[in-house]
Design a protein around this ligand. Sequence first.
Ligand code: PLP
Length: 369
Amino acid sequence: MTATSTLTNFDVELANPRISLEERQKRMLNLGFGKVFSEHMIVIPYTAELGWGRGTLKPYGPLVLDPAASVLHYGQAIFEGFKAYRQRDGHIRTFRPEANAHRFNQSARRLAMPELPEALFLEAADLLIRTEQDWVPKAIGESLYLRPFMIATEAALGIKPASEYVFVILASPAGAYFPQGVKPVTVWISDDYVRAAPGGTGAAKCAGNYAASLVAQAQAKGEGCDQVVWLDAVHRRYIEEMGGMNIMFVYQEQGETVIVTPELTGTLLPGITRLSLLQLAKQLGFKSEERRVTVEEWEAALLEGRMTEAFACGTAAVITPIGAVKSRKGEWIINRRETGPVAAKMREALLNLQHGITPDSYGWMHTVC
Ligand SMILES: *Cc1c(COP(=O)(O)O)cnc(C)c1O
């Protein structure tokens, strides 16, 4: 049973009955990441003939797909991820959602998919979050994770960009990524596999990049590591990313702290957390550099004491310190496998800003309600 009403760009069909307070509280215990979903979702259809159609806010549930839907065969699928935070002042705000709307369209172009007007992306997300206010957790480190995605739905096996798509947003209450406190990870430098090659899809947030990464992640696990570190496809020397996160190195040079992160060469995913930390670094009194870093430099700088920390960054976990690096050539330990002061300081600064504990001097927070 659904109750229907109409907004400017969306039809609204609310779940009826709604999940009870007791049931919701039960589902929001021990949240973890990406396991619990809220009661509604947004769906907007697209056809080449008519463009983007009227969106619907509707009860969360299965999508009906023709088994010939081209996403199932040729993989036209892109996604985004960002978070809504409940703030001390009672408002709910999202972090830089317009950057996600913008990147979504960059991914769409690379996969020959239609672009979604950024204002529609933002309106859809706000409508879903406003509807699901009760699903936004309160504690620091907790949030409502938004997962917008687009898939090709045309039933056709001919190889060409599909003529029909659907855009969907799901909302998933997320717990603290490290409920027992931040714990440095051990990484495996992959020399059997690459994530992205020049001219490929590395800068697009597409499903296929993840499918192709899983075997390397499994190999890293087999080597006793938590995550895989990717090298560039051409020289197999330059460090690109860690799993699905960007990577940063902390150097001490002439009494100054310098944050170094691999430059965006077209094979890296341009992370919004990466960009934000580069901007925050200045405010925290750190210098920053975007340049290439080789595996040999990583090892040498650690041994010489010039590099004091390394960490990965992304929306889901914010900052994940790296405590040890393993490869076929050996193993190095970073900062005695402990979280370093620079990673801790940057993590706290970003979390405080996202949760509204410190003022948003950058205009990064978007008030939803
Ligand atoms: C999403 C993603 C990131 C991090 O991007 P954020 O915008 O910071 O969440 C980094 N690397 C890859 C491969 C990704 O898919």
